[in-house]
Design a binder for this molecule. Sequence first.
Ligand SMILES: Cc1ncc(COP(=O)(O)O)c(C=O)c1O
Length: 450
Amino acid sequence: MRDENFLKANNARSFWHPMTAPADSLANPPTIITGGAGTRIRDIDGHEVVDAVGGLWNVNLGYSCQPVKDAIAAQLQQLPYYSTFRGTSNDCVIELAEELRTFFEPDGLTRAFFTSGGSDSVETALRLARQYHKIRGEAGRVKFLSLKKGYHGTHIGGASVNGNANFRTAYEPLLPGCHHIPAPYTYRNPFNETDPQRLAALCLAALEDEIAFQAPGTIAAFIMEPILGAGGVIVPHESFMPGVAAICKRNGILLIADEVITAFGRTGAWTGSRLWGVKPDFACTAKAITNGYFPFGAVMIAEGVAEVFEGDQTGKAAIGHGYTYSGHPVGAAAALACLAETRRLNVVENAAARGKQLHDGLLALQAKHEVIGDVRGGRGLMLALELVADRATKKPADKAVPAAVQVAAYKAGAMVRVSGPNIILSPPLIVTPEDVTVILSALDAGLSGV
Ligand SMILES: Cc1ncc(COP(=O)(O)O)c(C=O)c1O
């Protein structure tokens, strides 16, 4: 490895970072992370902090998960790669599919299609949803509905169902036939409704209205995150996702649960769909499936959808989709070890308990800091602070404000994430009560400076 001076001098010089302007990375050189252990990360200057971002919502078991590291190392020796395209498979991926089938059985999801990450999983689910209708003789069902504020990755399909302008505008025109309904976001919504249950009902009415307007027979699927993540951690009322599922079912529309963040325990339930008592037709997963140690994902498929594909006699069910790394043996080995460890540690319990501690702490910070307009969370370890210039008008804080909070919080001991006016928190699910205290005191220090 080159020395520190070389790394600092060339930071961001020759590669563009995702989700930021190249000039910004040059003006504000990214923190160079060189080590991680447990729930903590360490930078090139030796500064160590609690990682309240959990990598990127994915390092659920922290940075020292030895069984996953060992599984990856062993599989690299055994079989570092082979394709799962027609005619070949590998031992790890067969075993993983059976494990996932057991894990997702309570959600009614019994088949897997493997991918290389979350955006790939979304793309896969959107494509298979269209194909499902074609197999069944409803070729006109091609449109997609989704929520404003939803995040579904960055492929053109995913960006088209995305509900945030900053992931869309620069890349338009996007896929035709994608339509959005208001998110159940109590702090800001077109109905000026602050009651979560009433807002859920209004959003459901908007969904029914949009379906009637588009005509149900033109719509393939509705995609949503059980709890919206990157759009600012929006936790819907418990009636919302079951309401969406019922409307979709009545109209022959498939429901895709984008569980790239929520699967494997983050919400304090094993999946986001299970949290709300919903059985989707597809669930997109990635991220924590390998604890972030290997790029990998899986789309889980409901029994009813599987029967249509597997029972097809027309030839329309041939899947013309897949990735070179679908079912990668090293990713599958990592996922097997990760699932076993996730279960052994019963991470849902800690996610729920520490999530409550963090949520209570954020509410206390809101009472102290005028700049916090809204605190969101209350379901496991996905939380956000929305910063405002003025609580009365809800005018968003200048973008320098969350950035300054982040820098000061980092100095005070916690890495937090900025997304628009929001500070987003998604620590590993193994955080301790002491780690949560550090995150809160670092945020307090950060907020005190703005
Ligand atoms: C809900 C959701 N879907 C899809 C994605 C895209 O996943 P990836 O970045 O692995 O492509 C993300 C990433 O954060 C996500 O949060």
